[in-house]
Design a binder for this molecule. Structure first.
Ligand code: NAD
Ligand code: DAU
Length: 359
């Protein structure tokens, strides 16, 4: 692996992955193809070495652009993160999800087919790695076994359906054309640089600024929380050592209810800011109407990647949440970079960071 094309590298997991891979693999160069939608930001790329990382502002559906990048930059590895990723947005408007997640993945696969499968030895050392989600497996009942790689697909939201479609396309390119592809189906990531529409950053930033903490329905839904650094490590391991044609489930081994996780964030802030007027932060909690078709429970069985590749998560939920909260406190300028200056940045900088919150 020398020249990687990362798609969606200005988003949450992609930007963390680029930092991770540049630190772990000194010989690697990254081309980062990102459309810079609301979820992608140049601010997430600050400080990256210019001689090893290049942002190309473009769309994965632009097949000519992708083919040109693959050949001109001599790409041997594609790591495909680019997607519309938020379930609530997919419920409000599914079309963009089909466009980016399904059509976009198809165009990338077609570009890889043209560049890598058209010539004799072009497959040597190539890898297409697709980032997918545990949501393709549907929702678990209280006593059901965790999702494993053979669990039948049963996506419920438009987002999950679009990701399932993209997974099937990748599988079809492996089966039909012999594309050397792998897939990771990971659970809910959290950590630095996550857009504050997802549960954990939304709750952290709302709590810090004294806004309501909206818990959907009864708050008893369960997710399997995976710290983003653990997630990046799993992805790199599958790219380098995973078997082509295989998928690997990746989970964090933490399964609190949503309510418990919000209370855990509040408890950390209570002890971190004993003088805060919002203490106890849990008084900001509000139960709000449920998400339509809300999946009740996810849990991931990650024994395959553990057995075959020796990966398991290192961060406990306590450690991961602490790292995440401290990162948002220490980097309020990132909130301006993503367009959240007025509601979050100024407030956090004045009331926490400038008072030494990032000691
Ligand atoms: P994100 O929403 O933070 O970032 C997505 C990135 O893709 C953004 O930078 C955006 O600008 C870019 N993008 C969107 N449409 C594009 C297009 N047409 N062309 C080029 N770039 C485009 O997403 P994330 O949370 O980092 O998720 C990354 C991947 O991981 C997605 O495929 C998602 O389905 C998957 N995933 C995410 C999680 C999670 O908890 N965040 C869990 C499992 C799987
Ligand atoms: O499971 C992996 C998936 O996790 C990824 O594929 C998706 O890209 C990612 O967005 C995430 O989907 P979820 O719907 O699980 O994540 P979200 O952060 O939106 O919500 C987590 C849980 O918290 C879910 O049960 C809904 C609930 N929730 C969410 C928000 C934003 C609330 O109760 N209140 C909220 O304000």
């Amino acid at each position: 692996m020398k020249n990687i094309l990362v798609t969606g590298g200005a988003g949450f997991i992609g930007s963390n992955f680029i930092r991770y891979v540049l630190a772990e693999r000194p010989g690697v160069q990254v081309v980062n193809l990102d459309a810079l939608t609301y979820a992608g930001s140049r601010g997430s790329l600050s400080g990256l070495p210019e001689d090893r990382h290049a942002l190309v502002h473009g769309d994965i559906r632009d097949r000519q652009l992708v083919e040109r990048l693959l050949s001109e930059r001599r790409i041997d590895t594609i790591v495909h993160f680019a997607a519309e990723s938020h379930v609530d947005r997919s419920i409000a408007g599914p079309e963009a999800f089909i466009e980016t997640n399904v059509v976009g993945t198809l165009r990338l696969l077609e570009a890889a087919r043209a560049a890598w499968l058209g010539r004799g030895d072009a497959l040597e050392g190539k890898r297409f790695h697709h980032i997918s989600t545990d949501e393709v497996f549907g929702s678990l009942g209280p006593g059901d076994a965790a999702f494993h790689e053979g669990t039948p697909y049963s996506p419920n939201s438009p987002y999950a359906a679009s990701k399932a479609g993209s997974d099937h396309l990748v599988g079809a390119y492996v089966h039909t054309y012999g594309l050397p592809a792998t897939i990771t189906n990971c659970s809910n990531n959290y950590g630095p640089r996550q857009f504050p529409e997802k549960l954990i950053p939304l709750m952290i930033l709302n709590a810090l600024t004294g806004k309501p903490l909206p818990v959907y329905g009864d708050g008893a839904q369960v997710r399997d929380w995976l710290y983003v650094i653990d997630s990046c490590e799993a992805i790199l391991r599958v790219i380098e050592r995973g078997r082509p044609g295989e998928s690997y489930n990746v989970g964090g081994g933490n399964q609190p209810t949503n309510l418990e996780i919000v209370q855990q964030i509040c408890a950390y802030l209570d002890q971190r800011f004993p003088e805060s007027p919002y203490r106890p932060y849990s008084k900001l909690l509000r139960f709000v109407p449920d998400r339509p078709g809300h999946d009740r429970r996810y849990a991931v069985d990650f024994r395959k990647i553990e057995r075959e590749l020796g990966w398991r998560p290192r961060f406990s939920l306590d450690e991961g949440l602490r790292e995440t909260i401290e990162w948002y406190l220490a980097n309020p300028e990132w909130l301006s970079a993503i367009g959240r200056r007025d509601d979050y940045h100024g407030w956090i900088e004045q009331n926490y960071t400038k008072r030494g919150a990032d000691k």
